[in-house]
Design a protein around this ligand. Structure first.
Ligand code: GLY
Ligand code: MN
Ligand code: MN
Length: 434
């Protein structure tokens, strides 16, 4: 994205917060073991406002400073370190490439941060969550307090900026929607590849690897979350990842995998029979899940809520399970007493964006918030019959979820992942051709 995009976001944030200083630190580097680090992934808030992916950086936005609206503290150029760790943008690069008004060496943060906090009442900063920036902030506040006898006022309010910042992030702009479309396309290619390679005898982890290969070839930096590739009864374990289990003849394979591209996530689930044909029981539960997902899609438009969409999913799934004999009694009593939760135990939707479970309030004033154009959400109903469920054994060990990514538009929605097959007959045709 253009540096003007980030500058505009910074300006919008300051407009929304009002007078004060906003502090946003980069993500910490996490040690994996001994001297090995986890792959670095920038903090989404920081990246949303800078487009800058280096660690050890802090963004300062100010309405008070006479010249500096936006300042970055960054690692300076260092030819010796860059031989080991790769190029750095450096101070001059930060100003010219990222469009901030000034840049300083991160080593000068302790010394310079109090300068930005003097005579400022409100500091918009997130504390807690174990972030190492907390101690930097507290030292800086002490630094300003030490200047009180020189007539400099210290801040009196620390305000979490996420209420305003995450509200901005919830409303996706055109650049963000374009990035999410690209992520969805690469994810489509990976799911099609999975349908091609996932034959009996291949292992779950191999399918995950083939998909991640397509992610990388498509320009994705990383999966948006750990891929879930669950075969047979593993499909009924909600947070299963991908293991060494070989795919068995006659089993279903549930794949919940999506790439992250240019810092935007996709999040897609498809479920298909590894031998190419659904058994009658698999097909029956699949068609209920799909009917429920399609009903949820129909309901997705401005003004509705995620709770209302969830109610649609619950209604269709409960009716289907009663028809098939997995639940007994009336729809009303099964819904009221939440008996469907034996088979459908998670929510239907979440926001999607830079984070797979994206930011933004779900409720306002105690009520579920109505959808607005520019929101992106998932719709992902499922049916999971545990291997030891108290039902006719023919149903046991079947797990199904179908998940798409939807952009809310003025008149309804666009399904960003519409071209990843999910109709049972179409899936069987694709599998027959491999
Ligand atoms: N893949 C995580 C989720 O569907 O919410
Ligand atoms: Mn998912
Ligand atoms: Mn999801």
């Amino acid at each position: 994205m253009d540096k003007k995009t980030y500058a505009a976001r910074r300006a919008r944030l300051l407009e929304a917060t009002g007078p004060g200083v906003v502090l946003i630190p980069s993500a910490p580097v996490f040690t994996r073991n001994n001297d090995v680090e986890h792959p670095y992934r920038q903090d989404s808030d920081f990246y949303y406002l800078t487009g800058f992916d280096e660690p050890e950086s802090v963004l300062v936005l100010s309405t008070h400073h006479p010249e500096h609206r936006a300042v970055l503290f960054v690692r300076p150029r260092n030819l010796e370190r860059e031989i080991w760790d790769g190029p750095r943008l450096g101070l001059e690069g930060a100003v010219s490439e990222l469009g901030v008004d000034a840049a300083y060496d991160i080593a000068e943060l302790d010394e310079r941060l109090p300068d930005y906090l003097g005579d400022v009442d409100r500091v918009f900063v997130r504390v807690g969550r174990g972030h190492p920036f907390d101690t930097t902030l507290f030292r800086a506040l002490d630094g300003v307090r030490a200047r009180s006898r020189r007539g400099i006022r210290a801040p009196t309010e620390l305000v979490d900026p996420v209420r305003t910042l995450h509200e901005l992030r919830l409303h996706k702009d055109a650049d963000e929607v374009a990035a999410m479309r690209r992520a969805a396309e690469v994810t489509r290619d990976a799911h099609l590849e999975a349908m091609r390679v996932a034959k009996p005898g291949r292992r779950e982890i191999e399918v995950a690897a083939e998909m991640e290969r397509i992610f990388r070839l498509g320009g994705s930096e990383r999966p948006a979350y750990e891929s879930i590739v669950g075969s047979g009864p593993n499909a009924t374990i909600l947070h299963y990842r991908a293991g060494r289990r070989p795919l068995g003849e006659g089993e279903l394979l549930l794949i919940d995998a999506g790439c992250e591209l240019d810092y935007y996530a996709s999040d897609v689930t498809r479920t298909f029979p590894v031998s190419g044909k659904f058994s009658p029981e698999q097909r029956a539960l699949y068609d209920v899940t799909l009917a429920s997902q399609l009903a949820c899609l129909d309901a997705t438009k401005p003004g509705t809520t995620l709770d209302a969409i969830h109610d649609v999913a619950v209604d269709v799934i409960t009716r289907g399970l009663i028809d098939l004999g997995l639940l007994q009694g009336s729809v009303e009593e099964n819904v009221e007493q939440q008996k469907y939760r034996a088979f459908y135990m998670h929510r239907t939707s979440h926001w999607l964006g830079m984070d797979v479970h994206d930011v933004g309030l779900y409720y306002e004033g105690g009520k579920p918030r109505p959808l607005e154009p520019g929101f992106v959400l998932t719709v992902e109903p499922g049916i999971y019959v545990a291997a030891n469920a108290d039902v006719d054994p023919k149903w046991r060990g079947i797990g199904i979820r179908i998940e798409d990514d939807l952009l809310v538009t003025a008149t309804g929605h666009q399904n960003l992942t519409h071209d990843i097959p999910k109709d049972a007959d179409e899936i069987e045709r694709i599998l027959a051709d491999r």
